[in-house]
Design a protein around this ligand. Structure first.
Ligand SMILES: C[S@@+](CC[C@H](N)C(=O)[O-])C[C@H]1O[C@@H](n2cnc3c(N)ncnc32)[C@H](O)[C@@H]1O
Length: 257
């Protein structure tokens, strides 16, 4: 039994069949040629549990705008969940005023132009219009004197759902007093969400895939009130910003549909 078959009952209930077939035949396994190293990247197969969890979260929370670090299968799954949220939203007879220019859009940031292209080429045509691929390098930095890394350029948006699944450590450029992320034993340590935290809206939800050391770093440095959960078995950490809403425009999809 492969991963998809194991999850078929759930996938069918979410209408993901078309996507499952697509991912199985997407050709990702062919890999992409890494122009920098001159080597063929060995592509990994879809991680079904992660993808099902992601879809379920975005659907159940009725998210409006998603930010993803690390393109791949997850981009397609996120775009599909946002598409389904939009279908439900459009069925509402009266729509409340939401201050958001990027309803049901996905912003996907990556350090690899090759993986962006590879993902874009394989995107189902019905979903491609809602994804905005965003290339950025990542460089080493510090947060309050502690080693981490930052994307040099981020999409200028305020998402209500964030999926942290990139970058790879090998893509972090630079060193500080001899320390770098090329050191194979060093874990990734994104500081980007600490920069963004002050403008998160109440209700913002973050899913960190693996990267437990990074999730703990974020937990130690976030200054607002989150409900934090570490699922050791599932190897994910989630943060939900639990604060009173700011006013009538600070609405989440789950408030009304
Ligand atoms: C952990 S992966 C991101 C995976 C993606 N979020 C997903 O769930 O499919 C980190 C990086 O690997 C690259 N990548 C994307 N898809 C890949 C694949 N199938 N095999 C190998 N590397 C991949 C991208 O540059 C990405 O930023």
């Amino acid at each position: 039994m492969n991963g998809y078959e194991k999850h078929r009952p759930y996938i069918e209930s979410e209408g993901l069949d078309e996507l499952v077939d697509f991912l199985e035949n997407s050709g990702y396994r062919e890999g992409v040629f890494d122009a920098v190293s001159g080597k063929l990247d060995i592509p990994f197969p879809p991680q079904t549990d992660d993808l099902v969890r992601l879809h379920k979260l975005v659907r159940s929370r009725k998210c409006f705008t998603a930010l993803e670090f690390g393109v791949g299968y997850s981009s397609i799954v996120l775009a599909d969940a946002l598409y389904k949220n939009q279908v439900e939203w459009e069925e509402l007879t009266s729509k409340p005023p939401v201050r958001n220019r990027f309803m049901f859009q996905l912003f996907s940031v990556d350090t690899s132009r090759d993986w962006i292209e590879s993902t874009r080429k394989r995107f189902p045509p019905r979903l491609v219009d809602r994804v905005h691929f965003h290339y950025s390098e990542v460089e080493i930095g510090v947060y309050q004197g502690q080693l981490c890394h930052y994307y040099k350029n981020l999409p200028d948006i305020v998402p209500d759902f964030i999926y942290l699944d990139g970058p790879s450590a090998k893509d972090v450029k630079g060193s500080i007093r001899g320390l770098s992320f090329q050191c194979e034993e060093r874990t990734v340590m994104s500081g980007d969400l600490l920069l963004m935290e002050s403008t998160f809206l109440p209700g913002t939800f973050i899913l960190v895939d693996g990267r437990t050391n990074n999730a703990r770093f974020l937990e130690r440095h976030f200054v607002r009130n989150y409900e934090t959960r570490w699922d050791r078995e599932g190897d994910v950490t989630t943060f939900e910003l639990v604060e009173e809403r700011l006013g009538k425009y600070n609405l989440l999809g789950s408030d009304f549909f």
